[in-house]
Design a protein. Structure first.
Length: 408
């Protein structure tokens, strides 16, 4: 590293690390970025595949309630780097954004690649140096960073380093959580990484009949109730369980129930726009010679996967008892045995514990080392919260490094 000039290292070229590099470089710090993967921002690019949801337009106070567990530090970092500032930042990279009907904010072209390209171009032009295919392994006895590169292990001594190594989902894109034991060994408290915004396996699995007919199909316009809280939306049946936006929205509660009670349950309302009385009246309506299926389709529009699930989960007698059937249509218990593996999740919860860091995100156990992004102990639903908080913490860590370097 350059002697004399202010310099710093960032490990991890995801949105948190890139934001840290940008802020440091704007302060005139010489920044070197290391990443294990052959190219930067792989998960960011994947996030763009279904439409890059950069942030959310709801009022900031509401936005802040989405991040758990509550951290005063994370809150102040998001008050410094608000969703509006993130939108202005994207605009500054030539990527205007718009607010979708759900309040979520997307680039006008919905894509991540043009934004990432422009960002990396601007960083390189500002002098940020990238070293790809360099996996951080820990520190040597002198406090230098150990990095396994294409030419073998290199040691990098820097006065300040930001670790922005991500969580532990989609390991093939780089964030594999392998940093957990390294930091624990260094005396840093790390809450175990667990899946967030994840799918689940149903207890006992689906029958082969249900799985073969309905895996991959959506439950549209339904509502899920967990612990008395009801949400409307849609989700998908998988070969072994359920996944998709409505399930992700309640996944933290379900995951925690499984952790404490060994299993979890949600109640599914297959017809949230109809009252229980109306459903009972329609189910009880004399059906003459019509089959139960055509009766339910004709009177309630119930068919396909919704009808399939009733047959899957209800005993034959209950299917033919109007009161039980009507109750099930409005509140069908679905039992879950386990979360899907963390590698399949959208994000992870757990990570570097807040008390392990000072208010600039420097590790108390490792002076001169900061952490940022999804590797910190917070979680949030989908909706743009993950990227916003990752970038906000990247900025905060960089500001901490800057103040620290000036004091050296
Ligand atoms: C399918 C999918 C869709 C998503 N869509 C959205 C969305 O629309 N909106 C949203 O807000 N969020 C979304 N997310 C979540 C979002 O992408 C992440 O929360 C965000 O990328 C986290 O940023 P980060 O910089 O903390 O970590 P990451 O983006 O995971 O980056 C970490 C970097 O560190 C590197 N690294 C890890 N370990 C080492 C090591 N030992 N040595 C060197 N380098 C290492 C990795 O290679 C990686 O480049 C999505 C996630 C997924 C999986």
């Amino acid at each position: 590293m350059t002697q004399g000039a202010l310099n710093a290292v960032v490990v991890g070229a995801g949105p948190a690390g890139l934001m840290a590099a940008e802020v440091l470089s704007a302060h005139g710090v010489a920044v070197q970025v290391f990443d294990a993967m052959p190219s930067a921002g792989r998960k960011f690019l994947l996030a763009g595949r279904g439409g890059l949801n950069l942030t959310h337009s709801e009022p900031l106070d509401r936005f802040l309630t989405r991040l758990r567990p509550h951290s005063a530090l994370l809150e102040s970092q998001l008050r410094d780097f608000t969703p509006d500032k993130l939108r202005a930042w994207a605009e500054g990279l030539g990527v205007p954004t718009f607010v979708g009907s759900s309040g979520r904010v997307f680039p006008v072209d919905m894509k991540a690649a043009p934004l990432l390209r422009a960002w990396l171009h601007r960083l390189r032009a500002a002098g940020v140096v990238f070293h790809m295919r360099h996996r951080w392994l820990g520190w040597d006895g002198q406090g230098a960073l150990r990095l396994a590169g294409p030419q073998g292990e290199v040691r990098v001594q820097a006065p300040a380093a930001v670790l922005a190594l991500g969580g532990a989902s989609w390991a093939r894109l780089g964030s594999d959580g392998a940093w957990q034991p390294v930091l624990r060994e260094a005396g840093v408290e790390v809450a175990p990484l667990v899946p967030a915004n994840c799918g689940f396996d149903v207890a006992g699995g689906w029958t082969p009949h249900f799985a073969s007919r309905f895996a991959g199909q959506p439950f549209k316009s339904v509502a899920i109730e967990v612990d008395g809280a009801v949400r409307k939306g849609e989700f998908v049946a998988t070969a072994t369980g359920v996944e998709g936006s409505l399930v992700y929205a309640v996944s933290a509660r379900l995951r925690d129930q499984i952790a404490t009670q060994g299993q979890a349950q949600f109640r599914l309302d297959l017809l949230p726009d109809r009252t229980p009385e109306k459903v009972l009246a329609e189910v009880s309506h004399p059906r003459g010679s019509r089959s139960l299926s055509s009766h339910l389709k004709g009177r309630l529009g119930l068919d396909g996967i919704k009808l399939g699930l009733l047959h899957e989960l209800l005993a034959r007698e209950a299917m033919h008892d109007p009161a039980q059937l009507a109750r099930a249509i409005k509140s069908l218990p679905v039992n879950l045995a386990s979360t899907r593996p963390i590698d399949e999740a959208i994000s992870s919860a757990g990570g570097v514990a807040w008390p392990a860091m000072d208010d600039t995100l420097m590790l108390r156990a490792c002076p001169g080392v900061w952490c940022a992004g999804e590797m910190l102990d917070w979680e949030a639903p989908t909706g743009g919260y993950l990227l916003t908080a990752s970038m906000a913490t990247g900025r905060a860590a960089a500001e901490g490094v800057w103040r620290y370097l000036q004091g050296l």
